[in-house]
Design a protein around this ligand. Sequence first.
Ligand SMILES: [Fe+2]
Ligand SMILES: [Fe+2]
Length: 270
Amino acid sequence: MRILFLGDVVGRTGRDTLGAKLPGLRATLQADLVVVNGENASHGFGLAPDMAQAMFAAGTDVITLGNHAWDRKEVIPYLASQPRLIRPMNFPPGTPGAGFVAIEVAGGRRALVMNVMGRLFMDALDCPFRASAQELSRHRLGATVHAIVIDIHAEATSEKIAYAHSFDGQVSLVVGTHTHAPTADHQILPGGTAYQSDAGMCGDYDSVIGMSKEGAAARFWRKMPGERLAPADGPATLCGVFVETDDATGLAIDIQPVRVGGRLSQAVPQ
Ligand SMILES: [Fe+2]
Ligand SMILES: [Fe+2]
């Protein structure tokens, strides 16, 4: 299976660039499954239903979220009607929406997409490790599903790496989101799981993690809250990873970084 994962879409420039470039990128890569993190699509904070619909229309199969999941309240009823929009699974029981979805992709194959959130330097949720182990115990990679993709939305690289090693061989891809900076540690772990600590964002990199650099820097200088931050609005780079898996095992054959458009060095898988 050919899988494209793109990190946090930030603001209008992220949304517009995704809308403009994803259809072509999906075709070029012949992607069977496209997963995009949408937690910052609405002015940096949350995701509105119309934005999610535009992301789906551009060729996104599943949208994941993170700590900004609830910033746009309209998403709460929308989560109930749109199973392809998922939020971190380790929110407490009773939270709206689901943390995983199984979908059918080309050729009658099945893919499971999961979203979890880390706990280091973040809000205290239920244990992401135990929540994931419990859900994964219901699936067998290469038997009940052809691919399993997990977005671990977390601040600490150590937590993401520990998580990936914990499920190495059980899933096709573990990729981090939330830091908005792509890491260069993409690899296939010894058990066959593709991994990159952070996908990076889909946003303007002439910024502080997607937000206007002046306002964001002022907060560090003054150590007092300033105006509400606004997203930077220059050309966006779409960042993420492209993974190819073996349908028989569900394990990764290849992982390559993706950086398209904007000011970052370009990386388009061949
Ligand atoms: Fe984010
Ligand atoms: Fe986040």
